[in-house]
Design a binder for this molecule. Structure first.
Ligand code: DAH
Length: 331
């Protein structure tokens, strides 16, 4: 066999190859096990022929490697140009969700109280009548004890009707001074309408310290209402009755729509009802293991839905539970 001619032919074939497949064919044809060259190498008898054939093999191997590199690079170049992304094309905007309005309000309430040094607690929603009613000094005849007003799970287990049981839990777990706010869901057998829903949220504050007075309650509520509704708000108290406070009051915040002059939202009174409050009844302090001779306290409770509705003029509480994104997106 003519080693030189074979080399020429082999190199030419390698050079002609324009694809990896063609290159592989050339490799198999000129260097493969059944190639003329391998056959000749197997039959070689003298040193000179052997060297010549090996030189040819090496030359073709070398050429194959070089060509392989060239074809690989060309393929890469092609993908790089063909598969470019046009980053100037407008992208597909991915819609981001956001917190539900009630969650936003809850966090704002937490911030307002944490700013005053209060700590936040979340208590159980399934309560015993002992904590939901008895220790809060609900009289036996109180309407809230009726299964027509309250969801009973058992004779003495209810879905809590308010966050007030947290007052007792807090007092039993801690020694005064106490400054806490409890936030969470409450349940009542209410007929659904624009301002009622059987599931709702409350925040409940409790302060127990030496020499606490109604003035402290008023200052605290004024601060919180201004945090939630704006600096221009005022707060007033009306007397009321709650089983666990003495005296009991209902705090109002001045209407933000009319600025206090009277409009439809506030029923032309200039004031909006914000929940209940009062000085903690000495009997309740005692039920929580605290000596009323040494300590006094105030408490208040208010609905998160109420805050949300007033803040955004949401006319119907039901939309907060329907979770129609077209509505939720607005807050
Ligand atoms: N728990 C009362 C309610 O749901 C609100 C309330 C009134 C809470 C007076 C209080 C309070 O802490 O002192 O109607």
């Amino acid at each position: 066999m003519d080693a030189d001619a074979y080399r020429q032919e082999g190199l030419a074939a390698v050079e002609r190859a324009t694809t990896i497949a063609e290159l592989d064919q050339a490799r198999i044809h000129y260097l493969g096990r059944k190639s003329e060259l391998k056959q000749a190498l197997r039959e070689v008898r003298d040193r000179e022929t052997g060297m010549a054939l090996n030189a040819t093999r090496e030359a073709i191997e070398q050429a194959l490697a070089t060509r392989q590199g060239e074809l690989d690079r060309a393929a890469l170049d092609r993908t790089l140009t063909e598969e470019t992304v046009d980053i100037t094309l407008p992208g597909e905007r991915r819609r981001r969700g956001h917190l539900h309005l009630i969650t936003q309000v809850r966090r704002d309430v937490e911030d307002a109280f944490v700013g005053l040094g209060y700590h936040v607690r979340y208590d159980r929603e399934v309560e015993t009548t002992e904590y939901n009613f008895d220790k809060l000094e609900f009289p036996p005849w109180h309407a809230a004890r009726s299964p027509r007003a309250t969801f009973f799970l058992d004779g003495d287990v209810v879905l809590r009707t308010e966050t007030s049981p947290s007052q007792i839990h807090e007092m039993e777990e801690r020694q005064p001074p106490i400054y806490m706010v409890s936030i969470g869901r409450c349940y009542r057998r209410d007929t659904i309408d624009a301002t009622h829903y059987p599931i709702f949220h409350q925040f409940e504050g409790l302060a127990v310290d030496r020499g606490i007075t109604l003035a402290d309650l008023k200052g605290t509520l004024l601060h919180v209402m201004r945090e939630l509704f704006g600096e221009d708000r005022a707060v007033r108290f009306r007397t009321h009755y709650f089983p666990f406070t003495e005296p009991s009051i209902e705090p109002d915040v001045s209407c933000g729509i009319c600025g206090g002059s009277g409009c439809r939202t506030c029923g032309y009174s200039g004031w909006l009802e914000m929940g209940g409050a009062g000085m903690v009844d000495p009997a309740v302090l005692r039920n929580g293991g605290i000596d009323p001779e040494e300590w006094s306290g105030f408490a208040f409770g208010c609905g998160l839905e109420r805050v949300a509705q007033l803040r955004h003029n949401v006319p119907d509480i039901r939309v907060l539970w329907e979770n129609d994104v077209r509505v939720l997106r607005q807050f």
